[in-house]
Write a protein that binds this ligand. Structure first.
Ligand code: CA
Length: 233
């Protein structure tokens, strides 16, 4: 699907922000539907089956979180929260209810567009990791569990490091919370975020050009990690 065909549903009650968002997305070839309440948002999500939902949390009739959970009960459509709520608990709740990403207000238009594109790319690609993953100079074959630099030299990753990378890759461009990562990698009984940090540190040392300023394995403060991959073609 080309971007020109993308329909984006914006659930937002602030009229000034509505028109800014409409102008922004229409200028970039999206079709836009705007809903000013939670009830209208749910109605329009069912009616229009948009390619993406951009939703405010503070809505006049119900909380945006409720809308996200309701949509998630019947559709995997990508949902990005656009909210002035900065509290970590609010962000966590949004992710746990099924949001794909969270952009804070006030937002920058280029950043918002980039996040929308990243989420829709990930959605088109599906949740399964590409067999091949490229992080800068390093190519990783997730299925075969081998990694090489462009000069052909092997990057040795432990099975646990591969598992962490695989989990992050399955949710590429999205935040994977500490809890979700721990559960997927170690199972439900382990709650050891300290060792997670150690493994992430090791992965960065092996995969990042400058491990102290990572470009691929990003820390989302207080929340978790986000893997940014390069196109493989
Ligand atoms: Ca609002």
């Amino acid at each position: 699907m080309t971007e020109a065909m993308h329909l984006i549903l914006i659930v937002e009650d602030d009229e000034a922000i509505q028109s800014i968002l409409r102008m922004l997305f229409e200028a970039h070839g999206f079709r836009v539907v705007i809903a000013a309440t939670a009830a209208m948002g749910l109605h329009d999500a069912r009616l229009h089956k948009p390619d993406m939902v951009l939703i405010d949390l503070g809505l006049p009739d119900r909380d945006g979180i409720d809308v996200i959970s309701a949509i998630r009960s019947w559709s995997p459509m990508p949902i990005i929260v656009l909210s002035a709520r900065t509290a970590e608990t609010q962000r966590l709740m949004a992710f746990e209810s099924g949001a794909d990403d969270y952009v804070m207000k006030p937002f920058s238009s280029p950043e918002l567009l980039a996040r929308v594109r990243a989420v829709s790319r990930r959605h088109v690609r599906g949740d399964l990791p590409n067999a091949m993953l490229r992080l800068g100079d390093v190519s990783i074959d997730l299925a075969a569990r081998v990694a090489h630099r462009q000069d052909g030299s092997e990057v040795r990753l432990t099975p646990l490091e591969h598992r962490i990378l695989e989990t992050l890759a399955r949710h590429a461009d999205r935040i994977v919370t500490h809890t979700a990562l721990l559960k997927e990698v170690w199972g439900p009984d382990r709650d050891d975020s300290r060792s997670l940090r150690v493994f992430i540190g090791n992965l960065r040392r092996k995969l990042e050009v400058d491990p102290s300023r990572p470009k691929h394995i990003l820390t989302e403060l207080g929340l978790g990690y986000r893997l940014v991959v390069d196109p493989t073609t």
